[in-house]
Design a protein. Structure first.
Length: 278
């Protein structure tokens, strides 16, 4: 047998080396540990809790109420500071401020009184102007009635003269007009012709004219005035009615509550006469 050792036996498992010594000791394997987590500071935790903000509806209402309360407190503090400025003012300053307020109040009262006086003056002027306008219109109406340029109505009489024989002359009609005017007649119309101050009668019996306009019997007078004065004036002894009856004419007088005189004459501008008020 060979005295050589089997190399495999030398290097077999459990042997340390060719000389049979134990292999060098190895450090025991330690169990694996997880890597230490990064340390989180308190500031980072606070920041993470505040952002992003998570606001509930109740928190929002509370914040709004707190804002309103703070605003009110700020206004109150400012008002107190303004009042404190007056409380801390000197007596001379307070007297000066009061004098200025009194002077301003007096000026405002004077301005108010002045405006009230102007309003009163304007109202009075307006009333006076309106009254003057009414008086002017009334005067114009009255003058228009006398001039025959305005229609009129009122109590009066109707005088109807019938002349079957043509014996009534123009002067008889003129006398009738004069008698009526003397009794207070204010407006007269004869057969559709307005009788005014410059009215004239012409022609012979049966061919009479008033202001150049031919009129025929019966002659009808529409007269505005006081009936109690007009009728007796025509019926007096020797008056208009008796004179006409002597000429075989008849005259009838009738009172009326409303006589209409609507025949008009054109308004004429005078050539030379001018109002003295101009």
């Amino acid at each position: 047998m060979s005295s050589e050792q089997n190399p495999s036996s030398e290097n077999g498992p459990g042997n340390g080396g060719p000389s049979g010594a134990l292999p060098p000791e190895r450090p025991a394997c330690e169990p694996s540990r997880p890597a230490p987590a990064e340390e989180v500071s308190g500031r980072q935790r606070l920041r993470a809790g505040l952002w992003p903000p998570r606001v509930s509806r109740a928190q929002l209402i509370v914040a709004l109420l707190l804002f309103v309360l703070g605003l009110g407190l700020a206004i109150q503090v400012r008002s107190n500071s303004d009042n404190s400025a007056l409380r801390g003012a000197r007596q001379e300053d307070l007297v000066r401020i009061l004098d200025e307020l009194d002077n301003r109040t007096e000026r405002l009262e004077d301005e108010k009184q002045r405006l009230d006086d102007q309003r009163t003056e304007l109202e009075n002027s307006s009333d006076q102007a309106e009254e003057a306008r009414k008086q002017t219109l009334e005067k114009e109406r009255q003058l228009g009635i006398l001039a025959g340029t305005v229609a009129a109505h009122g109590p009066g009489i109707t005088l109807t003269i019938d002349d079957p024989t043509g014996a009534v002359e123009s002067d008889m009609l003129l006398d009738t007009i004069q008698e009526l005017r003397a009794a207070g007649a204010e407006a007269i119309e004869v057969n559709g012709v307005r009788v005014v101050a410059n009215t004239y009668f012409s022609g012979d019996g049966g061919e009479l004219r008033i202001d150049g306009r031919k009129v025929e019997a019966p002659y009808e007078f529409q007269v505005i005035g006081k009936p109690q004065d007009l009728e007796p004036a025509l019926n007096i002894p020797g008056g208009v009615v008796q004179t006409l009856e002597k000429e075989q004419a008849t005259a009838e007088v009738a009172r009326a509550d409303d006589i209409v005189v609507d025949a008009l004459r054109p308004a004429k501008q005078p050539d030379y006469a001018r109002s003295s008020s101009q």
